[in-house]
Design a binder for this molecule. Structure first.
Ligand SMILES: Cc1cc2nc3c(=O)[nH]c(=O)nc-3n(C[C@H](O)[C@H](O)[C@H](O)COP(=O)(O)OP(=O)(O)OC[C@H]3O[C@@H](n4cnc5c(N)ncnc54)[C@H](O)[C@@H]3O)c2cc1C
Length: 325
């Protein structure tokens, strides 16, 4: 029986997030012949995001646009999603495993009386049966899960599933769905951003991360310089955040963000299990630590034993020669 798969395309400040294309990529991996992939975009100013999505296909893009959707608010966004669920009647709904996706997915699963598989890092299509891989025990083990009954709700971890590619000659229709404007229990008056980084940490392809070994807020400067040169983002261990060297928004780990960049450069980070929970799935891990026995070297693909204040500027200098010519 054919399925309708609804992809929640996440936006930020009116722009499509990379994870939206990865979520669409996940839908393509799941979809079989005759299945319909549809996309939902909700927000207060979504014209640019919808235009950016169009070349990637999907049978229908449902749009819900309203001022109440300017800032994320679960009551408002659930009202928007439920309005679309009523029209699309999907068998599966897919989200990115982001702060917003993690918040909405269980609400949608409860609303649809659906099963949920979260934090999916790989999907196989086994003769029509979707098999979802997700990490357990902070990445020490993986499980493969399948749905026995529908409907389904799935969240996919950013930077793991290949993003959907644009489709030639696609004919996607756009359907505006009226926002039911629920009476909100709370509204956001203002958002004060603590990080000014241009690249979203959870989506960055390269992360340069600092730990307590960085020793001060000033000590993060060489890391910021390297990250900027490489087009990456700066992250941190909880040790560095607790010491007040940087904001908790940068914390990676069990109680921070989970990142899976192509390259993770850990500078002055010991490699505690709680930190590894947030970065051990990175494709290539480079550790810089002056202690050759530091546990981070056990997960690192490349290790440099030395003082980060010597090594990081040297790396920046050498990368600059190659990248800026
Ligand atoms: C419930 C719970 C949840 C937690 N959640 C998280 C989490 O989400 N994320 C997280 O990161 N931690 C988390 N922690 C804390 C975790 O256990 C560690 O305490 C923390 O990760 C240590 O941070 P660190 O590696 O920066 O500091 P340290 O363990 O102090 O390591 C500093 C490292 O820097 C090296 N170093 C020092 N100077 C230099 C130098 N000049 N050059 C090179 N290397 C140098 C040292 O050799 C050392 O290995 C959690 C703990 C608990 C109990």
């Amino acid at each position: 029986m054919s399925k309708t798969i609804l992809v929640y395309a996440e936006t930020r400040d009116g722009k499509l997030r990379q994870v939206a294309l990865e979520t669409l990529g996940a839908a393509r991996l799941i979809a079989g012949d005759g299945d319909s992939i549809r996309i939902l975009v909700a927000g207060s100013n979504i014209t640019e995001a919808v235009s950016a999505l169009k070349p990637y296909g999907g049978e229908i893009i449902y749009t819900v646009e309203h001022d109440d959707l300017e800032h994320y608010n679960p009551d408002a966004y659930m009202a928007a999603i439920e309005a679309v669920l009523g029209v699309a009647k999907p068998d599966a709904v897919l989200f990115g495993h982001t702060a917003i996706g993690r918040d909405l997915a269980p609400l949608v699963a409860a609303s649809m009386d659906a099963g949920q598989i979260s934090d999916v890092t790989a999907i196989e299509n086994n003769s029509g049966e979707a098999v979802f891989t997700r990490p357990l025990y902070a990445g020490k083990a993986f499980e493969k899960r399948v749905f026995v009954n529908g409907p389904w709700v799935v969240t996919v971890r950013p930077n793991n599933i290949p993003a959907a590619e644009a489709v030639e000659g696609v004919d996607t229709s756009i359907e505006d769905v009226a926002f039911p404007a629920p009476s909100l229990r709370s509204v956001i008056k203002d958002v004060v951003r603590k990080t000014t980084g241009k690249i979203d940490l959870s989506e960055a392809k390269i992360v340069v991360s600092g730990g307590r070994g960085v020793k001060s807020a000033e000590g993060f400067k060489p890391l910021e310089e390297l990250a900027e040169l490489l087009g990456g983002a700066v992250g941190a261990s909880r040790g560095a955040c607790d010491a007040g060297y940087c904001d908790y928004a940068l914390q990676i780990g069990q109680t921070g963000k989970v990142v899976t960049p192509e390259i993770y450069i850990a500078c002055g980070i010991s490699g505690a299990i709680q930190h590894l929970a947030g970065m051990s799935q990175s494709r290539v891990i480079i550790a810089i630590n002056k202690d050759p026995e530091a546990p981070i070297f056990k997960v690192a693909d490349y290790g440099i034993v030395g003082d980060l204040f010597d090594i990081v500027p040297l790396l920046t200098q050498e990368f600059r020669k190659v990248l800026v010519s």
